[in-house]
Design a binder for this molecule. Structure first.
Ligand code: 4NP
Length: 159
């Protein structure tokens, strides 16, 4: 069977998208479907290339049982070929991705994480980098909620 391939994208790939990757991987593992999915994350910038996830983000994620293991990498053009869905955390990420898209086919793969929210009414996953600990908790709340919605979207639309 062909895998479902999803790439989570934020600005630095050290806070939100590595968390989205870990939260979504945990959700898929819980459902016993990890062989059917390929899950990765990237940044629209290369500001933190090669760095592990932000220490504060790691600490908050660990409290909920998520291990952030990825190292920051910038988005590559080939990501548009490889992935079925490219999931932006906020509008800046979304429009940066749209600018990098080479075709309508690429553009169609770009969505926003909060499009799949079920409980929360946020229209983006807020950047926690310059704020306090509450911001990191909100990121995780939003990702857990939208992750479920994204899973159901992928299952219902994949042919
Ligand atoms: P992220 O958070 O996009 O969720 O990884 C940020 C990381 C770094 C910066 C901004 C946001 N920065 O300005 O360096």
């Amino acid at each position: 069977m062909k895998k479902y391939k999803v790439l989570f994208v934020c600005l630095g790939n050290i806070c939100r998208s590595p968390s989205a990757e870990a939260v979504f991987k945990a959700l898929i593992e819980k459902k016993g479907e990890e062989p059917d999915f390929e899950i990765d994350s990237a940044g629209t910038s290369d500001y933190h290339e090669g760095e592990p996830a932000d220490q504060r983000m790691q600490k908050h994620a660990e409290k909920r049982g998520y291990n952030l293991t990825s190292n920051s990498r910038p988005l590559k053009t080939e990501d548009f070929d490889k992935f079925d869905l490219i999931v932006a955390m906020d509008d800046n990420n979304y429009y940066d991705l749209k600018e990098k898209a080479r075709s309508l086919e690429d553009e169609k793969k770009i969505v926003k994480m909060t499009d799949f929210s079920r409980k929360f009414e946020y229209d983006h996953v807020p950047d926690p980098y310059f704020g306090g600990s509450e911001g990191f908790e909100i990121v995780l709340d939003l990702l857990e909620d939208a992750g479920e919605g994204l899973y159901h979207h992928m299952k219902s639309t994949k042919n």
